[in-house]
Design a protein around this ligand. Structure first.
Ligand code: SME
Length: 161
């Protein structure tokens, strides 16, 4: 079981990359990314993609329950922290983190991985889990590869659009 999971962690970023082609609708790509992450990894109970728009992070696609936090100021919450610092941010126990903005009462841990473009943070993937300490280095490294693909897609759409 563990080996199967390890190989999923290895192959998943290239699966995500293969879903993108130049000219594809970005929203459609985001929908595929959040739904496949949510469906493929048991602890990933809520998966969202926020994009930086001015001083805010705006929620573009998600799987899981709707959240009131569809717009978060850069610098606020765990999401805003990751956008401001450009660092992957893992919160093993949200009840112990002062930055945390609550979305769902069942959430126990969270990971936020910035989407880094050539000139700064373009957005982020945010994942909530109802398990404590759900996210390890394996998750960080895999999700960072995925955000690299998302950055390429976003920047290629900007070139075309
Ligand atoms: N918990 C986040 C807010 C977004 S929800 O998890 C979807 C935060 O602290 O920024």
């Amino acid at each position: 079981m563990e080996t199967e999971m390890n190989s999923l962690y290895e192959t998943f970023p290239s699966q995500i990359a293969s879903l993108w082609k130049e000219g594809k609708d970005l929203k459609e790509y985001f929908e595929e990314v959040v739904s496949s992450l949510n469906a493929s990894f048991d602890p990933y109970d809520w998966v969202g993609i926020y994009l930086v728009e001015g001083e805010n992070l705006v929620l573009h696609s998600f799987r899981g329950d709707p959240t009131q936090h569809t717009k978060i100021r850069v610098g606020e919450g765990v999401c805003g922290w990751a956008a401001k610092t450009g660092e992957t941010t893992v919160v093993p126990d949200v009840s112990q983190d002062k930055r945390y903005l609550m979305c769902f009462p069942e959430t126990q841990s969270e990971i936020v991985v910035p989407i880094k473009g050539k000139n700064g943070v373009l957005g982020e993937i945010d994942i909530d889990s109802s398990r404590l300490s759900a996210f390890t280095e394996l998750d960080s490294r895999m999700l960072e590869k995925i955000t690299d693909h998302l950055a390429l897609a976003i920047e290629s759409e900007k070139r075309i659009g």
